[in-house]
Design a protein around this ligand. Structure first.
Ligand code: S3P
Length: 178
């Protein structure tokens, strides 16, 4: 059954915390559409995120990311998974605040590191220092992640339970309408 959202739900958090997995499952559970901002960026540019960083640099990626997140937030309310660095843009942070209900997906860095080991698709981790880089990025960004309307912990491999907790929370906050 499709449930009605009063506004879009934006998932934020450090890379590998589970935003895309949760976003897809939540969209299936609620019967609503799902966008992954990295995927949309890849479609728009015609290259993978890795290639965009490599060929054009991070600054170019951030410019495209800001535009893409802005456009996605103007669509009908749905579930949106964002790249971990999207909140570095103040324009993006304001748009998220204004137009969505945001959820910060928190996850232990060591759990993330085990999950994404050898995936090789994240340009910021290509230096091989996964734990050090995740800790540094998290420290730099945590003040922005904290601004989310809601915080959830995704350490448990039982993602279904996490989804049910999110659904309960969305109903209580009247983001999910009956
Ligand atoms: C980034 C996170 C990535 C992707 C890019 C940069 C970041 O998305 O946007 O590699 O700066 O944290 P995920 O958070 O989905 O891994």
């Amino acid at each position: 059954m499709t449930q009605i959202l009063s506004k879009s739900i934006v998932l934020t958090g450090i890379m590998g915390c589970g935003k895309t997995t949760i976003g897809k499952l939540l969209s299936g559970r609620l019967g609503t559409a799902f966008s992954d901002t990295d995927k949309v960026i890849e479609e728009e540019v015609g290259k993978s995120v890795f290639e965009i960083f490599n060929d054009y640099g991070e600054q170019y990626f951030r410019q495209v990311e800001e535009k893409v997140v802005g456009k996605i937030l103007d669509k009908t309310a749905h579930i949106i998974s964002t790249g971990g660095g999207s909140i570095l843009s103040s324009k993006t942070r304001n748009a998220i605040k204004l137009k969505s209900f945001s959820i910060w997906v928190k996850c232990d860095i060591h759990i993330i590191s085990n999950r994404i080991l050898n995936q090789g698709k994240r340009p910021l981790l290509k230096n091989g220092k996964i734990i050090e880089t995740l800790i540094k990025k998290n420290e730099e960004r945590i003040r922005f992640y904290r601004q989310a309307d809601s915080h959830i912990v995704n350490n448990n491999p039982n993602v279904e339970m996490t989804i049910e907790n999110i659904v309960k929370n969305l109903s209580s906050k009247e983001v999910l309408l009956k």
